[in-house]
Design a binder for this molecule. Structure first.
Ligand SMILES: C[S@@+](CC[C@H](N)C(=O)[O-])C[C@H]1O[C@@H](n2cnc3c(N)ncnc32)[C@H](O)[C@@H]1O
Length: 233
């Protein structure tokens, strides 16, 4: 997690995705929002602050102490709650949420199981927003594929088809501009430089592969961050 130190989000374009949700979901004090894979809890806090909605975040990693402090500082403790759980087996009742979001994580949870779990939690007509790593075209060269990333090479259209198959109609599907990745990588590069200054043997792992491929030009040519808004049917 040190590579994300000092950052509110761990996903390209995440702040913009939260803004898109704010503009399009029509959230208010009565809205119940589910956030799958909430990360630092920043998105949940922003939505609760802006709209007075209640938000339940579910993430498999227990950042709960940190996020509980954050909700207290942000004065949204009465509206935002965080739970530990698997995004594919959400510990919630059926059909109780008005909106469900998963920023930068469906393919990490498992895209189909994540979408199915979100659909189950939503009432008919409820909204979802998901963002994920997608490819410009289906035939990506092996050198641009990152270990740990969904190897099926979904394009924006193929991803939208998966969302439809899970019981949603697509409202919008857009690819973020290249700057979303550059902005995402910039603080990560600074954090890596700081870590390596203290620990020269530190290995960069997956993020090292990403940065290398990005800098080679293959990343910008083949990777896109997709943001989808859809309605439960
Ligand atoms: C790329 S981060 C995105 C976090 C946050 N949504 C954001 O945009 O900053 C991926 C998140 O998925 C969570 N995660 C991984 N596997 C999960 C699972 N099976 N169920 C729920 N959360 C999971 C991780 O703990 C991490 O917080």
């Amino acid at each position: 997690m040190a590579i994300y130190a000092g950052q509110d989000f761990f996903t390209p374009g995440a702040a913009e995705t939260v803004d898109l949700i704010s503009r399009t979901f029509g959230l208010d004090e009565r809205s119940r929002v589910l956030e799958v894979a909430y990360g630092s809890g920043e998105g949940a806090c922003r939505l609760a602050e802006r709209h007075g909605c209640s938000v339940l975040g579910v993430d498999i990693h227990p950042l709960v102490k940190f996020t509980a402090r954050k909700t207290a500082v942000r004065v949204v403790r009465d509206r935002v709650a965080f739970a530990i759980g698997d995004g594919g087996e959400l510990p919630v009742r059926d059909g109780v949420f008005d909106a469900a979001i998963c920023i930068g994580a469906p393919s990490i949870v498992g895209t189909e199981r994540c979408l199915a779990a979100m659909r189950r939690a939503l009432r008919a007509g409820g909204m979802i927003a998901v963002s994920d790593w997608v490819w410009c075209e289906g035939k990506v060269p092996a050198e641009a594929v990152i270990e740990g990333i969904d190897p099926r090479l979904l394009t924006l259209d193929a991803y939208a088809d998966l969302i439809r198959a899970a019981g949603f109609e697509i409202v919008s599907a857009e690819a973020l501009p290249r700057s979303a990745w550059d902005d995402y990588y910039e603080p990560i590069r600074a954090n890596i430089a700081a870590i390596r200054a203290e620990h020269p043997d530190w290995s960069k792992g997956q993020i090292g592969d990403e940065l290398r491929i990005w800098d080679s030009g293959l990343g910008p040519a083949w990777w896109v961050y997709g943001v989808f808004v859809a309605r439960a049917v």
